[in-house]
Design a protein around this ligand. Structure first.
Ligand code: CFM
Length: 544
């Protein structure tokens, strides 16, 4: 390792480590994985292979298409009954396993998030078809709960036997008189959760957004917040700031939300996109159809929260709004600074790795930067090249058979609801350097020689831990105990380990304190895994 290099901007070259990882793979697999393990150079971003099939048999972090559609996008809305058409296991897996929170306005307001609705398919349904059972389930759910809306999610067997869930939904919608729609989000439909996001975005756009056109204005500044799922109460924090600033949040896709609010979300003056991966499709389509511009925000990290709130105020350009925003930031930053000043010296120089989803592996690096914690290696489970390298690469992304599987909707301008004045405003602001439809991606913000790994697996996780010895690893429950047995603390960034919120200024403070607890402590060095002393069985195989 070359100690003379400028370690402020540059990490040691990890080429040898990459070789070491690839050496163990059969040749064909090594060739494939090589393209997903890249050594970063922020000045000349290398291409990352992403959004391709996981190698069968490898222990991936990924989930399925159904998880992305039902669990991620639709799951956090409270006034809709989400019926899973499939075997009970798929429902059980998706039942309250994410930490989305919600706050119904009154104790009597509908909230079906805690329920688990399933058609509980049996062998006989697989043989003779399950559509009739699905119709019955929709009817039963309606009679019991009288929800605002009902949706249906296909699981793998439904796609295999060919039940027409959309026909069943149309029939029941006509019969019951409420909005009922379905998602062909069979688990195998795409290579990861990401396909499920796209499928969910499409249907929500065609069947929900724009249904209510008589709402009228609800505030002076109307916005939608997209790609914020209220994990650990993050959305509550952001909503509080909007309220203080006088911003009216029409709809949040989809943390702390109602389906009803999506129906008039086309009345927004702007869309803010937090998690680009999961929701950029709706933002794009709403701009085409309704003329609503969108820009990227990030409320993870105190500095990025300040930047995002400022950008919002700048968009509206209202003097009073700008003043209120500055006051809020000043007050909150003073609180943040007091804690950061105390915690930073204790954790500065520690080294972290983050392997999460499709946006947090990037967003959380902001919090680490604020504490002087260095990111050695990071990657997404299912991000696309644009989430790594920036949106400018989108035209160069190869569309393969797996992506072609997911419908690309053709969207046309709405004759009656398109707002040309918002597009004029966008143009004017763009001339002043305001960036719309822009996401720079994760890699330009990471140091030279940081190791970027897409769809990391257990073997690679163990290897980078052994060789780079990070002080902290961020991932999910599947990785947690393997990592901790190495004597390294793991912070879950999907569920927050029941901590949080981590969004906004108070979230940053919570996270700093969590880092102090995890990193300024010696207990992890005392972990003694049994395999360090006991012989383990080794195997090898010849593949050619
Ligand atoms: Fe977006 Fe998410 Fe994420 Fe995601 Fe997810 Fe999630 Fe995630 Mo878990 S929508 S990409 S599919 S920010 S559930 S709230 S934490 S993997 S990084």
């Amino acid at each position: 390792m070359d100690k003379m290099k400028n370690i402020k901007t540059e990490l040691p070259d990890p080429s040898a480590l990459k070789e070491e990882i690839l050496k163990r793979y059969p040749r064909k697999i090594a060739k494939k994985r090589e393209k997903s393990i890249v050594i970063n150079d922020p000045d000349a971003i290398p291409e990352v292979q992403a959004n391709v099939r996981t190698i069968p048999g490898i222990i991936t972090q990924r989930g399925c298409t159904y998880a992305g559609c039902k669990g991620v996008i639709l799951g956090p809305s409270r006034d809709i009954v989400n019926i899973v058409h499939g075997p009970i296991g798929c429902s059980f897996y998706a039942w309250l396993t994410r930490r989305n929170q919600t706050q119904p306005p009154t104790p009597n307001s509908p909230n079906f998030m805690t329920y688990c609705f399933s058609t509980d398919m049996q062998d006989s349904n697989i043989v003779f078809g399950g559509e009739q059972k699905l119709r019955q389930a929709i009817k039963e759910a309606y009679e019991l709960f009288h929800p605002y809306s009902i949706s249906v999610f296909s699981t793998c067997p439904v796609g295999l036997i060919g039940d027409d869930i959309h026909a069943a939904c149309r029939e029941m919608k006509a019969e019951l008189g409420i909005n009922i729609f379905g998602f062909s989000c069979e688990g195998y439909k795409g290579v990861s959760q990401s396909a499920g996001h796209h499928i969910a975005n499409n249907r929500v756009f065609t069947d929900v957004v724009g249904r209510k056109t008589d709402k009228g204005r609800l505030g002076k500044f109307q916005v939608n917040l997209m790609g914020e799922y209220n994990i650990g109460g993050d959305a509550f924090v952001i909503e509080k700031y909007f309220k203080e600033m006088g911003i009216t949040l029409l709809a949040s896709f989809s943390g702390n939300s109602t389906i009803e609010s999506y129906e008039y979300s086309q009345d927004a003056d702007v869309n803010m996109v937090m998690c680009h991966r999961s929701i950029n499709y709706i933002a794009e389509m709403m701009e085409k159809k309704y003329g609503i511009p969108w820009f990227k925000v990030n409320f993870i990290g105190a500095n990025s929260s300040a930047k995002s709130l400022r950008k919002l105020a700048e968009y509206f350009g209202d003097k009073e709004l700008i003043e209120k925003t500055e006051l809020l930031i000043e007050r909150e930053m003073a609180r943040v600074k007091a804690v950061a000043d105390r915690v930073r010296p204790k954790v500065e120089g520690k080294r972290a790795m983050l392997f999460v989803g499709g946006s947090r592996a990037h967003h959380y690096q902001e919090l680490f930067n604020e504490l002087g914690i260095e990111t050695l290696s990071a990657g997404y489970e299912f991000g696309h090249r644009d989430d790594y390298e920036g949106r400018h690469v989108i035209p160069t992304i190869k569309v393969d058979a797996d992506s072609r599987n997911i419908e690309e909707l053709t969207v046309v301008k709405s004759e009656t609801l398109f707002k040309p004045e918002l597009q004029d405003k966008k143009l004017l602001l763009e001339q002043k350097g305001f960036k719309f439809e822009h996401y720079e991606g994760m890699m330009p913000t990471m140091k030279k020689n940081s190791l970027v790994i897409d769809d990391i697996n257990h073997w690679e996780t163990e290897k980078i831990i052994e060789m780079m010895k990070p002080d902290l690893f961020c991932a999910g429950i599947k990785e947690k105990y393997v990592v901790q047995k190495h004597g390294i603390p793991l912070k879950q960034l999907h569920s927050y380990d029941y901590g949080g919120p981590y969004a906004g200024f108070e979230g940053a403070i919570n996270f700093y304190l969590e880092m102090e607890r995890m990193l300024a402590c010696d207990i992890w060095k005392m972990v003694d895994a049994p395999w360090k002393h006991e012989p383990s069985i080794m195997g090898s195989m010849v593949y050619e």
